[in-house]
Design a protein around this ligand. Structure first.
Ligand code: HPA
Ligand code: ZN
Length: 319
């Protein structure tokens, strides 16, 4: 039972949180046949590449700033309903551009959703702008420039997501330089689909305070020690890892091992309905599958607040 515990989430892709029923309604509203990607209330994909394709197709039925406000408010209110006080949403201006909405209206709609949710439940949220590797380095640089110039107090971080097997981290170094110079918090998907080398590349090239997933660092004991020494925070998404077959089952998942080795870890849901999970379930798994006590789960939450890309006044209020 974790319903009484305060929760935070650092790693959730906004379109990846779209409830299937809402996506179905959106598809009907726009007369779009989405049956290849959403059937019987379930998103349809079978491996990481087809998941990314499904994600991009689902995103296409969210077309206006109002659609994005509704999606954002719906997800944040779901989080607030389970005791979540803080959420970072990974958003991709490319998705706004791809549907012809444009990045500004895309972000404006999302920010409106954040305001609505905060007014109703008090939940705090911030945005991490992401580039998607499979859209290519030029688009990732454009996303970083957008985030750097946005001058929007809710945009506090920059990320790199998408097809991890595409290129090496060095191909995206310039984008992270732009984001770092703008004072944004840095995190990067690494060590999810690719092995430990991807995590050491990320540390060498990006020097991020956090890593999205990072779990395959477990394949290299020296790297695990390096993560612990640096204090790098891993945004661990156990349900996502099992759904994508990064590990065969929770018994072989390294979350507990990382924590016991002194690596700073947090828990998140990544793309919850795509991976048949939710933040509520991730907290339950922490107790039931990983055997963490309430005290240990509260430590995960506290690490999340300490590592949040948020101003110090808000951080203190969350702690
Ligand atoms: N992993 C990597 N890239 C992504 C994801 C994810 O879970 N969701 C959207 N882009
Ligand atoms: Zn992710």
């Amino acid at each position: 039972m974790t319903s009484h515990l305060k929760k935070v989430e650092l790693h959730c892709h906004l379109e990846g949180a779209a409830p299937p029923a809402l996506t179905e309604a959106q598809a009907q509203k726009y007369n779009t046949d989405i049956s290849a990607y959403l059937r019987d209330g379930t998103y349809v994909w079978h491996d990481f590449a087809s998941f990314l394709e499904c994600y991009d197709k689902v995103s296409e039925v969210y077309k206006t700033d109002e659609d994005y406000a509704l999606l954002t408010e719906t997800y944040l209110q779901e989080l607030a309903g389970i005791g979540t006080i803080y959420s970072e949403l990974i958003v991709s201006p490319d998705h706004g551009d791809r549907i012809g909405l444009g990045a500004d209206a895309y972000i404006a709609g999302i920010c409106e959703g954040i305001r609505q949710a905060k007014a109703k439940s008090g939940i705090e949220a911030r945005l991490i702008v992401t580039g998607e590797r499979h859209f290519g380095p030029e688009r990732v640089i454009a996303a970083a420039k957008y985030a750097a110039k946005a001058d929007n107090p809710l945009i506090t971080g920059f990320n790199l997501a998408g097809e991890e097997r595409m290129g090496r981290v060095a191909d995206y170094a310039q984008a992270f330089d732009i984001a770092r110079d703008a004072g944004l918090g840095l995190t990067i998907h690494a060590g999810e689909v690719c092995g430990a080398f991807s995590v050491s590349d990320a540390l060498d090239v990006v020097r991020p305070s956090r890593i999205g997933h990072g779990v395959r660092a477990i394949e290299d004991a020296d790297l695990v020690r390096r993560l612990a020494d640096l204090g790098t925070v891993l945004e661990v998404c156990p349900g996502s890892n099992i759904a994508l077959n990064v590990f065969p089952d929770f018994a072989s998942h390294p979350l507990r091992k990382f924590k016991e080795t002194g690596v700073r870890v947090t828990i998140s849901s990544d793309d919850p309905p795509f991976f048949h999970t939710s933040l509520k379930r991730e907290y339950e798994l922490a107790a039931d599958a990983f055997g963490f006590s309430d005290k240990e789960i509260n430590e995960l939450t506290r690490t999340g607040i300490e590592a949040a890309f948020v101003d110090e006044k808000t951080r203190m209020a969350l702690l």
